[in-house]
Design a protein around this ligand. Structure first.
Ligand SMILES: Cc1cc2nc3c(=O)[nH]c(=O)nc-3n(C[C@H](O)[C@H](O)[C@H](O)COP(=O)(O)O)c2cc1C
Length: 490
């Protein structure tokens, strides 16, 4: 199902029992973040849900968080597929991109504030690591544009509220938003930016997708939705923005206008350092009548940020491997700790020749910002940490199966392991582990499947608890020793 906007999606999320409305008054300057942090820290993902704070101190605007990335299940509802179909949905979307379509009137512009009326204090922007962050931060979609090609870019960058009409944005060198910004600086012109709060779910997912520069993520979002995303001309800057969003903040970065940004609690679990970043002048705030505010909770993993980045980028890696001809790849999963950047990527495949798995692993390590890549056979459930640990113990001999790729450029100052001093970084390194089977290890030490299934009748009869057979166990019971034995180590 393709959702027209966040409201339509929230109704479905609620009907599925995955949205919690909180009626008690809460304070967005600390309490929203602390409550959401408890949810991610203390509840298993099956119990997590989107949080909608309806009664926020000092405002009539409700605040939501976790509504897209409380858990893989919530993400899959937003994407409109079963959890096991997330990767194939992404592959299909990337193969069928759809450019946005312009509309003349937009819900996101029902109310327009420009000039002095465009006041960020009118929005309940949360403080995400209260007591440690410098202040409130927008954690939402960011749209920019390349001055030379005219192509738009969509991402998500933490954005510090400096005062009622200025923000500082964290766009490190090499990031696509930075390339857009620099393209205007070179011409001595102000760079147009827009911050989009609560658009249709696929727009949010596309905004964290690592696709090449020059690909407008709104086109990817159209592929995910299966129909073009409706966009409208922004009121004060030369950008097209989602027509069905709750709120859009428009602004301009004038060349040379910079200031301090941070500290801000970051996805690696540590406080991100203070740096000098471009400062934007806010030129307009447009919104629906009775808007709702949405901010991602990131910081200490697991978080909404890690869930949506992991799940959005696994399918992108899978598509890349298919395009390179690695059809023997079966599945890709990025673990839910760090999300897309610096995380652990796991690839399952049918290895066909010596060195095949290492070759694919090295390719993934080179082409992504993942710090670790583990290769396994397709008889392992790559989302099951117990099964993964079994593969790492029973199929890895560190001397032969572990590669360290050294001297990797990374702009990720947020990785605490590459910080040297004074904000300087040293080159990083990556780990590739080949945990595909190499020796003729023989049969698994479990009874044959027929016996195990027959024993389930007795299990029921004697009143043992009911269960669903874990995927791990299904794979173990279905395992057959290959006629020729596994591929030898390469
Ligand atoms: C809540 C949240 C905050 C993020 N903040 C930043 C950030 O400040 N800077 C950054 O480079 N990436 C950040 N990311 C990751 C980027 O959004 C993501 O890697 C995206 O694909 C980058 O887009 P780009 O390739 O167009 O630059 C954030 C992601 C999330 C979910």
């Amino acid at each position: 199902m393709a959702f027209r906007d966040m409201r339509e999606y929230l109704a479905v999320l609620e009907a599925r029992g995955k949205l919690r409305r909180i009626k008690k008054e809460v304070d967005h300057t600390w309490e929203v973040a602390c409550l959401a942090r408890w949810m991610y820290q203390a509840l298993p993902h099956e119990q997590r849900c989107g949080l909608l704070f309806e009664n926020v101190k000092g405002t009539t605007i409700p605040v939501m968080t976790g509504v897209l990335g409380a858990s893989p299940e919530v993400y899959s509802i937003a994407l409109g597929v079963q959890p096991e179909k997330i990767n194939s949905k992404w592959v299909q979307a990337l193969r069928n991109p759809l450019p946005p379509v312009e509309v003349k009137t937009a819900a996101s512009q029902e109310v327009v504030h420009t000039g002095e009326q465009a006041d960020l204090n009118s929005l309940p922007i949360p403080v995400w690591t209260p007591g440690k962050d410098v202040g409130p931060y927008l954690t939402c979609i960011v749209i920019s544009k390349d001055a030379d090609s005219g192509e738009q870019n969509m991402s998500t960058y933490r954005t510090m509220v400096k005062d009622k009409n200025h923000v500082a944005v964290n766009i490190p060198t090499g990031r696509h938003g930075n390339l857009c910004y620099e393209s205007y600086v070179r011409k001595g012109r102000p760079a147009p930016f827009a911050w989009v709060i609560a658009a249709e779910p696929v727009v949010h997912f596309a905004a964290v997708a690592n696709v090449p520069y020059g690909t407008d993520e709104l086109v990817v979002a159209g592929g995910l939705k299966g129909e073009p995303i409706e966009v409208v001309k922004a009121k004060t800057v030369d950008l097209m923005v989602p027509a069905n969003a709750e709120v859009v903040v428009e602004g301009e970065f004038w060349p040379g206008e910079e200031g301090s940004e941070g500290p801000f609690g970051e996805f690696a679990g540590y406080m991100g350092p203070v740096g000098r970043k471009p400062i934007a002048r806010i030129t307009a705030i447009t919104h629906r009548k009775n808007p709702q505010y949405y901010g991602y909770i990131s910081q200490m993993p697991p978080s909404e940020s890690t869930v949506i980045q992991s799940l959005s980028n696994s399918g992108i890696i899978m598509k890349m491997l298919f395009d390179l001809g690695y059809d023997s790849v079966k599945d890709v999963h990025i673990d839910l700790t760090y999300g897309g950047l610096l995380a652990h990527g796991i690839v399952s495949m049918k290895s066909q020749y010596p060195g095949h798995a290492k070759r694919v692993g090295r390719c993934v390590a080179n082409e992504t910002s993942l710090k670790r890549v583990t290769m396994v056979d397709d008889d392992v459930d790559i989302r099951d940490t117990m099964h993964m640990d079994w593969a790492l113990n029973s199929r890895v001999n560190a001397k032969h199966d572990v590669l360290v790729i050294d001297n990797v450029f990374t702009s990720a100052i947020l990785d605490p392991t590459v910080r040297v001093h004074n904000g300087e970084t040293e080159p990083s390194s990556k780990l590739v582990i080949d945990a595909t089977e190499f020796a003729h290890a023989g049969e698994f030490s479990v009874p044959p499947k027929e016996m195990m299934m027959k024993a389930l009748d007795t299990w029921k009869e004697i009143g043992m608890p009911e269960f669903t057979i874990p995927k791990r166990t299904q794979l173990i019971l279905d395992h057959k020793v290959a006629a020729k034995g596994p591929i030898s180590r390469g």
